[in-house]
Design a protein around this ligand. Structure first.
Ligand SMILES: Nc1ncnc2c1ncn2[C@@H]1O[C@H](COP(=O)(O)OP(=O)(O)OP(=O)(O)O)[C@@H](O)[C@H]1O
Length: 464
């Protein structure tokens, strides 16, 4: 069967994934999620032809008109040879049935289409766990230490402390991974436990279907009998009243019987818009922990671990180069790694910094265009080992004032911001302060080789 975002064979898979990752960088998120993410592909053994499967005729026409040239260009760039691209309709179409008003309302509030084709079968549900997402494949760092420790505790002693466990953080930081790890660990220790991982959107879809088919008893039986419910991205419950009510009921039933609930979201409970107060206070009643973006060393460790698990060792200097340039989240880091591996395989070249630079050129050039003052402040603060907060503070010791002036100079040099705008971003300073810094550092740069060298390193780091 063809599945979303997968291609046949490991090498075909890498090629297609690399292409998808590249599109994810290029396109606005909404566009990518709507049109590209659901695509599946099959690549012939000799890579001469890629068949992309699309759900229906309408989508097929749209993909052909809007994206097929770009997809083909990317595949050819990645593979280094001409590729024939074919678009086809997915053989077994998952088409939603006609929907009553209630269904339409719930769905119209969705930011992405609900997959109505998939369904939890009545009786004991499939647990939907991905067995590859375990604690042992999750790299630990300061960014996720607390969330990981809490999750391990829950997996070891469910129904006791930290119930519910609410994990929040930005996209691609490992929240879903951590939830699967809890489920997998619990099942290792108690194979008979009833565990379910579900994305909040699928829960919405289940509520809607139960409503439509009048099968609420089965719905309750399914959810209320679990030992561990892992529910991802609960921010999707926003504005869905009926779903929130059903989730509230499930929540109360599960807690009453000491079953455990683990939830994730993109923000902390009180920051969730359009979720009923009583639910928000339930979310916050156990333990709420954040996952932060991974720090440099953690990013390096993730790259090295993942490359080993892909059967190729990435030299440490290359991992540092990539980790320095791909900072936002682990998903992007994985995307960068896939591109490098695919590029090295297709071109039959060893992995080196030069190769990584070539493989990631699109991504790096996007970043070049987007150097922000915040990024400059963070990079300069890291480099001179001061706190980022010192960039905005009123402190005057030279050990702080000088890096701050350097950051102002780089902000003027590398961004389009005006002097007053830069002053504002440095704790509301006057534009004359910024001008003074720009002139001073610019002048000294001509005289002092050491400063010039430091600025050069900073510029290279910022530009990738
Ligand atoms: N610390 C880590 N060690 C190893 N892999 C990680 C780590 N954190 C995240 N990943 C990997 O990064 C990818 C994205 O992680 P995941 O899907 O769990 O993110 P998420 O926080 O749930 O994002 P979203 O909110 O977009 O769903 C996954 O492939 C996951 O395995």
């Amino acid at each position: 069967m063809i599945e979303g975002n997968h291609a046949s064979g490991a090498a075909g898979d890498s090629l297609w994934q690399a292409c998808i990752e590249q599109l994810a960088q290029e396109l606005p998120e909404q566009q990518f999620n709507t049109w590209i993410k659901p695509l599946a592909a099959q690549v012939t053994g000799d890579f001469s032809k890629v068949t992309v499967y699309v759900a229906n005729r309408f989508k097929l026409d749209w993909i052909r008109a809007q994206y097929s040239n770009r997809i083909m260009q990317m595949l050819e760039n990645l593979y280094g040879q001409p590729i024939q691209l074919e678009l086809a309709i997915t053989p077994r179409e998952n088409v939603a049935r006609l929907t009553p008003l209630q269904l339409a309302r719930e769905i119209s509030a969705q930011s992405e289409p609900v997959d109505l084709g998939e369904e939890i079968s009545p009786g004991p549900p499939k647990n939907r766990l991905n067995s590859a997402l375990t604690f042992s494949t999750l790299v630990e760092g300061t960014a996720n230490r607390m969330a990981r420790a809490a999750a391990m505790h829950v997996a070891g002693s469910p129904g006791q402390l930290y119930n519910p466990l609410f994990i929040y953080g930005g996209v691609g930081l490992g929240k879903t991974h951590l939830m699967h790890a809890v489920g997998n660990r619990l099942l290792e220790e108690k194979p008979g436990a009833k565990v379910l991982y579900i994305h909040a959107e699928q829960f919405v879809s289940d509520v809607v279907k139960s409503y439509q088919r009048k099968t609420f008893d089965e719905f309750k039986e399914r959810y209320h009998s679990l030992d561990l419910l892992l529910i991802d991205d609960v921010q999707f419950f926003a504005n869905k009243d009926r779903t929130q009510e059903e989730f509230f009921n499930a929540f109360e039933a599960l807690l009453a019987k000491k079953s455990h609930i683990v939830m994730t979201s993109d923000t902390y409970p009180k920051g969730l818009p359009d979720i009923h107060e009583r639910l928000v206070s339930r979310f916050d009643s156990g333990l709420t922990v954040a996952i932060e973006p991974p720090e440099l060393e953690m990013r390096v460790a993730i790259l090295i671990n993942k490359s080993i698990s892909e059967g190729t060792e990435m030299p440490e200097e290359v991992a540092f180069f990539v980790a320095k340039n791909v900072r936002s989240n682990v998903r992007e880091l994985e995307g960068a790694l896939r591109k490098i591996l695919a590029y090295s395989r297709f071109n039959q070249k060893e992995i080196s910094i030069q190769l990584a630079r070539e493989a990631l050129r699109d991504l790096l050039s996007i970043q070049n265009r987007q150097i922000s003052v915040e990024n400059i402040q963070k990079t300069v603060a890291d480099y001179y080992k001061i706190k980022v907060a010192d960039m905005y503070s009123k402190k005057r010791p030279a050990s702080i004032a000088r890096p701050r002036q350097i950051a102002m100079y780089l902000a003027k040099e590398l961004t389009q911001k005006s002097l007053p705008e830069i002053g504002e971003l440095f704790g509301g300073r006057d534009h004359t302060t910024v001008l003074h810094a720009v002139r001073k550092i610019g002048g000294e740069r001509q005289q002092l080789a050491e400063l010039n060298q430091q600025l050069h390193v900073l510029e290279q780091t910022l530009k990738g």
